[in-house]
Design a protein around this ligand. Sequence first.
Ligand SMILES: Cc1cc2nc3c(=O)[nH]c(=O)nc-3n(C[C@H](O)[C@H](O)[C@H](O)COP(=O)(O)O)c2cc1C
Length: 157
Amino acid sequence: MRDLGASPLPHLRGDVLGQMRSDATELSAQATEGKRALAELLAADILVLAVPMYNFSVPSALKAWFDHVLHPAKTFEYTSAGPRGLLKDKKAVILISSAGDYSAVPASGMDFVEPNLRAIMGFMGITDVTVIKADGSAMGEAGISKKSAAFAAIEAL
Ligand SMILES: Cc1cc2nc3c(=O)[nH]c(=O)nc-3n(C[C@H](O)[C@H](O)[C@H](O)COP(=O)(O)O)c2cc1C
């Protein structure tokens, strides 16, 4: 389990990217950690992400993790027909929480979490994706009942 909130990978610098995508054995601490994060992803059967909405998007710590682990020839490749995901044998379970409710227009247009995560899963070839939402946590009773429904959905997995 990686707690990106407590121990985030730093933002990806150009030199670290170069090391991540090379066979160099002399690696910076960040490239070593990035390669470890990629190895964890490749070894997993199920990717479970617990994601709070931060300013309508994913937390930057999760974006930094994606920047390290989305890797050509490991998680995706480009063909003459376009990109092809390489993690087709994996599943994803994604838990998304937010203070507000983005389930209907116009607020749904401000949800850059679920579409972003679905796009990234698809890009990596993960098509078996379950999304569970605990939204509206700042909206009183409605949020409480949505959180209970989310817990029930998790129990039912
Ligand atoms: C920096 C920051 C930005 C946030 N931005 C949003 C936001 O754009 N929309 C929203 O609905 N909630 C936002 N929240 C609330 C979190 O999504 C929410 O606290 C989190 O999902 C945890 O839910 P909980 O309060 O039920 O534990 C933000 C929280 C923080 C700390």
